[in-house]
Design a binder for this molecule. Structure first.
Ligand code: NAP
Length: 461
């Protein structure tokens, strides 16, 4: 009876994970998808706790309480803008758990004088290796995104060759252990090297590429969990780990595509270490500052306005203010749309999440391919704290490091207003010729503050 219940809860959990992932693929169903996946996780935990092999619940409950408290604190106190680092930390925890399970299983078999079958040792080695490198890799990603460590790529001569050599040694030990699993010293050498490799893997990657790396690490953590499932003979872990592993991998590929970069370039290209001066070519003209009153008048008498949010919207937490301005404009009969770049902000779907929080209707959000043809008929494009995703160099300057990256063609609108605090660069560290074009007016200040003042000004225009 107990076995049936466990099997049933695992089956239900697996179905809920798949439905959850499906739901997460669209903003309208994302919340429901998340709840389904949460419920699935609850079922998986309940099923696992029913196992008759469990001799005492003391440590399990201790872990459950500590984990829940940490999770709760992270959920309550970590701001939306710090979500990428928070995710990196969660990956580190998950991967460390997978590595520890593998290490303890190896140790248990070793001290009881048992023998690990080749297939079990393969899964265990895979789990420990991926778990260990994901742990340190994610911790370094966290430190870079949190600003605790320099965010720019850390490179040195022969780095890629050294990393590849270290990986080759680690994998060789792993293969040796599959055939001769009895050496504790070699096993721990492999674990140690994998921990070091995680750091070396992330070191040369700049913060701008960190989201791609993180979803790749997420994919590794998922595959490590799937391997744990094989070691422990736990079906739900195999299914959940595989889903996690492959969805993370697909997400990495999608992000690379949105930036027109290859995965190899992200992992080995040390993007962001390039000298940025001159990368934008000779910048023509100068930046033209505009007044709040001028912008308010332009907006109030426009037919069509497109808001283009970027990372600055997130840091300023300006999503409610932009919605208020859109409401005021719509009341005046202006058509308002939002142009959403797939990598605007610092994580996939960043802008969708923020705008959904401010109840911006999904029907007003337009993806890059949908909105780009509309810019020539747009009276005013308002760039809210975006930079790289509207950099025309990506389209026009083949020498630019972001050449070929699809961008939002705001410079093709009749007028562009850029809301930003000053001369700060985007995450790529590149100069943006858009700000120097005659069509563009710069309205300086914190995005939330500027938008709030614009609401007042438009009402009186
Ligand atoms: P961005 O290029 O990083 O530019 C953000 C701009 O916002 C800055 O130039 C900054 O200028 C301004 N800003 C910051 N705080 C502000 C505030 N409080 N009020 C007003 N403006 C503010 O952002 P983006 O255009 O969204 O581009 C995203 C970047 O991240 C791209 O390079 C993309 O490739 C990279 N990336 C994203 C993802 C993802 O999943 N989303 C994944 C990988 C890489 P000031 O300092 O002058 O204010």
């Amino acid at each position: 009876m107990q076995t049936y219940f466990i099997e049933f809860s695992y089956l239900l959990a697996s179905i809920l994970f798949i439905l959850g992932l499906k739901g997460l693929s669209h903003p309208e169903t994302a919340k429901r998808g998340m709840h389904l996946a949460e419920f699935g996780m609850l079922m998986a935990i309940i099923g696992t706790l029913m196992h008759h092999e469990i001799m005492t619940y003391t440590w399990i409950i201790t872990g459950l309480v500590i984990g829940s408290l940490v999770g709760l604190a992270m959920g309550v106190w970590v701001p939306m803008t710090a979500m990428p680092q928070r995710t990196a930390l969660s990956h580190a925890f998950g991967a460390f758990a997978a590595a520890l399970v593998g290490i303890s299983e190896f140790y248990r078999v070793y001290i009881t004088g048992g023998h690990l079958e080749r297939i079990t040792m393969s899964a265990l080695g895979f789990e420990v290796m991926l778990g260990a490198l994901t742990t340190t890799g994610s911790l370094l990603a966290f430190a870079k995104l949190q600003g605790m460590v320099r965010g720019t790529p850390m490179t040195y001569k022969g780095q890629n060759i050294f990393n590849m050599a270290l990986l080759a040694v680690t994998i060789s030990i792993f293969i040796y252990l599959i055939f001769v699993p009895g050496s504790m010293a070699l096993f721990f050498t492999m674990v140690g090297l994998a921990f070091i490799f995680g750091l070396l893997l992330v070191m040369p990657i700049g913060s701008a590429d960190m989201p791609v790396v993180m979803s790749l690490l997420n994919s590794y953590a998922g595959l490590a969990s799937a391997a744990t499932g094989f070691v422990l003979n736990n079906k739900v872990l195999i299914i959940a780990g595989t889903l996690d592993g492959f969805s993370g991998f697909i997400l990495s590929i999608l992000m690379c595509r949105a930036m027109n970069r290859s995965m190899t370039n992200v992992l080995f290209g040390a993007f962001g270490s390039v000298a940025t001066t001159g990368a934008a070519g000779e910048l023509q003209g100068s930046m033209r500052e505009v007044s709040l009153e001028d912008v308010a008048t332009q907006l109030a008498y426009a037919n069509k306005v497109v808001f283009v949010p970027g990372y600055g919207l997130a840091t300023a937490q300006a999503q409610h203010a932009v919605r208020e301005l859109a409401d005021v404009l719509e009341k005046r009969g202006v058509t308002v749309k939002y142009g959403i770049h797939p990598v605007a902000g610092r994580m996939p779907g960043h802008m969708n999440v923020l705008l959904a929080e401010a109840n911006v209707p999904y029907s007003s959000l337009y993806e890059l391919e949908q909105i780009n043809p509309e810019f020539p008929s747009t009276d005013v494009s308002v760039v809210v704290g975006a930079n790289d995703v509207v950099n025309p160099d990506a389209r026009e300057n083949p020498a630019s490091p972001i050449a070929g990256m699809p961008i939002l063609d705001v410079d093709r609108s009749k007028s562009v207003v850029v809301l930003k605090r000053g001369q700060g660069k985007g995450f790529s560290g590149l100069e943006n010729p858009l700000f120097f074009k005659p069509v563009t007016g710069m309205l300086y200040g914190d995005a939330k503050d500027t938008l709030t003042r614009l609401v007042q000004a438009v009402q009186h225009a």
